[in-house]
Design a protein around this ligand. Sequence first.
Ligand code: KIV
Length: 267
Amino acid sequence: MNTVRTFKKMKESGEKIVMLTAYDYPSAKFTEAAGIDIILVGDSLGMVVQGYHDTLQVTMDDMIYHTRATRRGAPNSFIAGDMPFMSYHLNIDETKKNAARFIVEGGANAVKLEGGKPSRLEAIKAIRDCEIPVIAHLGLTPQSIHSLGGYAIQGKTKSDFDLLKEQALAVQEAGAFLLVLEGIPEQLGKEITESLSIPTIGIGAGRYTDGQVLVYHDILGMSDIEPKFLKVYARLSESIPQSIKEFYDDVKKGRFPAEEHIYKPIK
Ligand code: KIV
């Protein structure tokens, strides 16, 4: 199984790191079979699995439920659990307790949290103090959509560009072993990646990060939106309803079950 050391070595050797989200037993099984380097049980499940408009309503219990299911489907993968909104914001004890739940109850190897301001650095340090590896997440951080004013690309102005570079160094200094960079200009992704010793994983952050992450439902064409940064590898939103309709028609028209689907008594 990969470990935190594997990812550091991959950065050093220039091998790209591939992260994909998974949320349950089947998605985890397919993801592990494809050899994905890190599985992220992202709080994006709030949108792609639970049907909310954003990630803000996802709870710790939801995340633990999905992390456990993901672990059952991917027993040999490095799994990171995404700490949901308000699970690391209140106080250090609560933060440590919630991070530990991912490891103890969910079977994860690491946790991820969003942001790089001083209180987030304290959260990273506290979780690291419990020997739990932490992935930081900067740029377009979906848990901050209300304060950011939506899903806009971050780091476009000189001051935001410089702030994100500073925060990247700060999360590394606080003990994060990996940094997800979301929704930023390619040049910023490149400069941050070159300035850090920990690997960066981009989503809409250009070509020069140490790895890439995408959302399971997005690459399989099951999401409602297709942002510019996304590459879609299958169109399951077309083939799934088509298959269900064929089943419907088969039953209605008496084509299913056919001879080969029925049990016969022993003669
Ligand atoms: O929740 C998620 O899936 C994420 C990734 C998109 C990085 O945070």
